[in-house]
Design a binder for this molecule. Structure first.
Ligand SMILES: [Zn+2]
Length: 235
């Protein structure tokens, strides 16, 4: 399916590392309705080439530093030194600011993960980046890679939960939601005991949350996990 240029706009950015001004394509919000959503919130659009997650990461064409709107804007002198050594010095100027394929989007996320790791971004930021790479591999039906990145994502979400850094970094993420999501990612990588443990924790919020949709999803996925566990562990 062809892309519709009307659904894009050029967003202005200034590189957090080297101050280079550049533009990068973004999808206009509401330009197409979603058609499906997986239990881990992965959202599908009729034209997947215009799925907004392809355009979340901005990559500085001059130095390779890659970031999202969620990144912390502060760059300490030490972080700048590390970015210069580990990323900018090895970077061949390349522009990811135009239309992207799924494969190119994956490269932008991997650059953002590398940048975020050097910078010491919050676990919730890294978790979200890993999860989106997993989704892009899901779209490409590359299951081994998808599972590898789901596994990386869940490790970061667990750290995020332990350190409660999801509170300040993602306004859409609540405690019950992060518990549910960890459960669902554990289920998807076949760690059924862990999945049950986290779904149970999420359901325990039923009297304390207005997010009843999440409680219902946790119940449904808990049942599904039990079924999957039984079918893979015959008595
Ligand atoms: Zn830069």
């Amino acid at each position: 399916m062809a892309i519709n240029p009307d659904h894009f706009y050029d967003k202005n950015y200034t590189c957090l590392h080297c101050d280079t001004a550049f533009t990068s394509k973004r999808i206009r919000s509401g330009s197409q309705a979603s058609v499906k959503r997986d239990a881990d919130f992965c959202t599908y659009f009729k034209n997947q080439r215009m799925n907004p997650i392809l355009y979340t990461v901005a990559v500085c064409p001059a130095c390779g530093f890659a970031f999202t709107d969620q990144f912390d804007k502060t760059m300490t002198p030490l972080v700048k030194k590390l970015i210069a050594e580990k990323l900018a010095s090895k970077w061949t100027p390349k522009d990811y600011g135009s239309h992207r394929s799924m494969e190119e989007a994956i490269v932008t996320y991997k650059l953002a993960i590398y940048s975020a790791s050097i910078k010491g971004e919050a676990h919730s930021i890294l978790a979200g980046l890993y999860l989106r790479v997993a989704w892009l591999y899901r779209f490409l039906e590359k299951e081994t890679e998808e599972k590898r990145f789901l596994s990386l994502a869940v490790t970061e979400y667990e750290q995020s939960y332990i350190h409660t850094d999801y509170v300040k970094d993602d306004k859409e993420m609540s405690e019950v939601r992060v518990l549910y999501l960890i459960g669902e990612l554990m289920r998807r990588i076949g760690k059924y005991d862990q999945a049950i443990r986290y779904f149970t924790k999420a359901v325990a919020f039923k009297e304390r949350t207005i997010e009843t949709g999440i409680i219902n999803m946790a119940r449904d996925q808990w049942s599904l996990t039990r079924e999957e566990y039984k079918s893979t562990h015959p008595a």
